[in-house]
Design a protein around this ligand. Structure first.
Ligand code: SAM
Length: 218
């Protein structure tokens, strides 16, 4: 596949996202720049700009581009925002956030995915602040809290308390909540020290969030 093929395909994906209702120009701009083909391997590279989830290692997925765009739009990311992502996976969502100028903190529970995504993110963003951590993201990352936004890219049985506590006042927590197969996307806005507004949105289907404040599993 030539570089030209990927450049054209990337522009095509931006067109699809726009048609599907993504209106935040900063989000669309980032999708027009970040090379999704770098986050998948082998035969999946040529399908990188189809609006579909694709398999990555450890039986996980790189989310569908529309879903990544939708969650990013709901975060209302501004340059210099500090964003925590739970579920680094391939690293693509983290790359979109970094491309938008956010300082990104991202946690992955599979060591192989943590090392692979960390190395690709370092290669693509040598001068940008993306901090990767190996571990259980359901307990958040308290050292750098509070965050302007938190995005959970795996399906949770309930909203982890730790993540609510690590959100700034005015910040958005975007999280799929439901059972292990299907969930509802929630946008939670911290209104003040102890009040949160919870907006349940569309149906989604994510791999399970496994951890202390998630599902049990291996
Ligand atoms: N954001 C990713 C991307 O752009 O490729 C997609 C992530 S994939 C749908 C969900 C990821 O969440 C998987 O890599 C999975 O291992 C990870 N995960 C599940 N539970 C987790 C937890 N408690 N802490 C950190 N990562 C977790």
């Amino acid at each position: 596949m030539s570089r030209h093929f990927f450049t054209e395909a990337r522009a095509g994906l931006v067109h699809i996202l726009r048609e599907r209702g993504i209106i935040d120009e900063a989000v669309l701009q980032a999708f027009g720049v970040v090379p999704r083909e770098h986050f998948v391997s082998g035969p999946f590279k040529q399908r990188a700009y189809e609006d579909i989830a694709l398999p990555i290692d450890k039986h996980q997925t790189i989310s569908q581009p529309f879903t990544v765009a939708r969650m990013t739009e709901l975060l209302e990311v501004k340059p210099n925002h500090t964003i925590l992502e739970i579920g680094t996976g391939s690293g693509y969502q983290a790359a979109i956030l970094a491309e938008m100028g956010a300082s990104v903190y991202t946690i992955e529970r599979h060591f192989e995915l943590y090392t692979a995504s960390r190395s690709i993110l370092k290669e693509l963003f040598p001068a940008t602040a993306i901090q990767c951590r190996f571990g259980d993201g359901t307990i958040g990352w308290s050292e750098y809290a509070p965050y302007d936004g938190i995005v959970v890219t795996a399906g949770a049985p309930e909203i982890p308390d730790a993540l609510l506590k690590q959100l700034k006042i005015g910040g958005h927590l975007i999280i799929p909540v439901g059972n292990e197969k299907s969930q509802i996307m929630h946008c939670i806005v911290r209104e003040d020290e102890s009040n949160y507004a919870d907006y349940p949105l569309e149906d989604v289907s994510f791999v399970p969030l496994i951890g202390k404040q998630g599902w049990s599993g291996s």
